[in-house]
Design a binder for this molecule. Sequence first.
Ligand code: ATP
Ligand code: MG
Length: 440
Amino acid sequence: MRLSRYLLPILREAPREAEIASHRLMLRAGMIRQQAAGSYSWLPLGLRVLRKIEAVIREEQNRAGAVEILMPTIQSADLWRESGRYDAYGKEMLRIKDRHERDMLYGPTNEEMVTDIFRAYVKSYRDLPLNLYHIQWKFRDEVRPRFGVMRSREFLMKDAYSFDIDKEAARHSYNRMFVAYLRTFARLGLKSIPMRAESGPIGGDMSHEFIVLAPTGESEVFCHRDYLGFDTPAADTDFDSADGLQAIVDRWTSLYAATSEMHDEAAYGAVAEAERVSARGIEVGHIFYFGTKYSAPMGASVTGPDGKEHEVHMGSYGIGPSRLAAALIEANHDEAGIVWPDAVAPFDVALLNLRVGDAATDAACADLEAGLRAAGRDVLYDDRDERPGAKFATADLIGVPWQLIVGPKSLADGKVELKRRATGERVLVTPADALHRITG
Ligand code: ATP
Ligand code: MG
């Protein structure tokens, strides 16, 4: 991608309304634009990151056996009347009327709709377990949207919904998502800790929020230090093994971890003082078993092996990809800007041409760009007629992992400069060596 033909509206000054680093940097790096309170457009650079995050989430959902669908954002109020939530849901729900005066709403979540899909097609226990997910925009009229896409009114969510014949099977489905979430956040380079969460009227221990520690997080959390050193479940984890998954979940829930809503001073006090972590955190995911809360009123049941009808046991599982983009920046930035982990970087390489118009420099850049592209790397080629200083600042700000700097002086010695954004390390190497180091 040539920067001269791209849309990268860099801001020099930190916008005054942005209170936390991720919000400031997303605005400064031209990733997002505010359109109304809590509502953002994703500009080209931001969208690339969002898509990368989605891709990791999707891979891990699929690996765990979930099946992707796509449901609409606008829903009919009638479905929500069936579950009783149309009246119960507060002002966070955006209620709309269509031209026929029919009550509609912009979905804040999709339990009702997915239950409607399920009941239309699935009639036998033989078709279970089933987990359907989608990645779709939600709207919640938050009282206090803030921190940019961290808490916005319109935001992207991956929401999955599991259906099982009984509670035991539902626990297996829950554990699949539990492990998938550990893997997802780890692949994004984040250390997430599952914390016991409010499980609503059903009670029980099957609700966890996945929290990433960050000083700017909105949640107050308490946990055992050892969680920070736990290993992530491997890619070849057998998701069909109920016992295997249970062992992983047991380990990851064996030590104290709770948000302030579920905090138990006495239990926390029993943790050795040196092992206690009291911190702030960002909720990046939330998983939840709720039994027959929706299947009962909405008539979603299957015929069991006993020939009788069974209301299905359900769970729902949310991740906020748009919030994750911000959380990732909170975890990965310095004074100069964002420092993207490779897995979600908008581009792999920023190629900086320090003398646009100079035949040798232009040719070297064209060669490098072609070589990188052939190796499957995404390149942002800064071919603008700009001062080197501005190019360096832009590259540092947008945080692309590699910077490949091509100027006439080094080129005369057959060299280009390669910089690793995360460490600041720079080396002068031949173009071939640079390619090799980036793609090797
Ligand atoms: P919170 O407690 O932060 O308000 P929630 O508990 O209402 O979130 P869930 O219904 O559990 O959220 O939604 C699943 C996921 O969607 C959350 O874990 C979070 O990552 C994301 N999410 C929820 N609300 C927002 C929002 N307003 N802006 C961005 N992401 C959000
Ligand atoms: Mg939640």
